[in-house]
Write a protein that binds this ligand. Sequence first.
Ligand SMILES: NC(=O)c1ccc[n+]([C@@H]2O[C@H](COP(=O)([O-])OP(=O)(O)OC[C@H]3O[C@@H](n4cnc5c(N)ncnc54)[C@H](O)[C@@H]3O)[C@@H](O)[C@H]2O)c1
Length: 288
Amino acid sequence: MRLQDKVAIVTGGGAGIGEAIAKKFAREGAKVVVCGFPEDPVADVARAIQEEGGTAIEFTGDISLEANAKSCVELAVKQYGKLDILINNAGVFPTTSMLQDYPTEAFDYMLRHNITSTFMMSRAALPELHKTQGNIVSAGSEAGLIGIAENTPYGGTKGFNHAFMRGLAVEQAQFGVRCNCVCPGPIDTAWTHKETGPMDSEMEKTMVQATPLGRRGTPEEVANVYAFLASDEASFVTGALYFVDGGITVAKGPVGDKVPAKLKKEPEGELNPEHKLDGHAQIREEHQ
Ligand SMILES: NC(=O)c1ccc[n+]([C@@H]2O[C@H](COP(=O)([O-])OP(=O)(O)OC[C@H]3O[C@@H](n4cnc5c(N)ncnc54)[C@H](O)[C@@H]3O)[C@@H](O)[C@H]2O)c1
């Protein structure tokens, strides 16, 4: 119960890594606002948390819009009396392409949902986090640290989050607010499967080969690190970029091929995410 009585907002909490974070935080005792687009299964996630005795409500809205970001924070405070933790996990990965062919609408879409959403939510949450000496953890990525062909604009948006969180860590420490980033490598969500995301089979294969642990990580393995960073156990951690990447960021070559099949099995975990392959990987007109 590392997050006992803490109030947390988890953006992008209806699917993938965000669903696992919401469920993990609830198991650790937090009251959770599960936030997502109106068509995201955030109500399902909140209900699943309640059914196992946890506390959660849903918020639906595009939080890259200032009014929605404010409403999300207001809901947390109205419902649970305060805000201790903001998890900026929401993000999009609409396409892969060489830059000369990269669609400008995909670029704009990522600026909005990977960058503006983090800015708006952080700005709206800070006055409440000052009252609780709370903290923010945002989603970075291996793609924001190393060069990945055909992923360049996406990596750029994640590099923004790294710099943004480091800057926030420095300026907000005087209010007792910690700010960190989790940088996942290839994670087993909709984004990293050719059937449900923009990667082709070659990308899928080389991504796993380049990962020393020889497999994708699970959303739960990422959620575990979010829980640590958001908890008081991480009270001296701020401005950190935490890699949860199976080693891909520090590796060279197809080192994953050396891992025997029996060690490539993903751990089953305990959280039973129901929407891990339902992610938001295409451009949707209503969110352009
Ligand atoms: N999956 C990976 O391999 C991987 C690797 C590195 C980093 N990440 C980061 O982790 C985060 C989660 O990725 P995932 O694979 O779980 O994705 P996902 O698509 O499964 O979940 C993301 C959720 O965020 C929601 N969302 C996006 N923009 C929103 C907005 N403006 N308002 C409300 N909801 C919004 C989406 O609808 C979706 O439900 C992202 O920020 C991503 O950049 C993922």
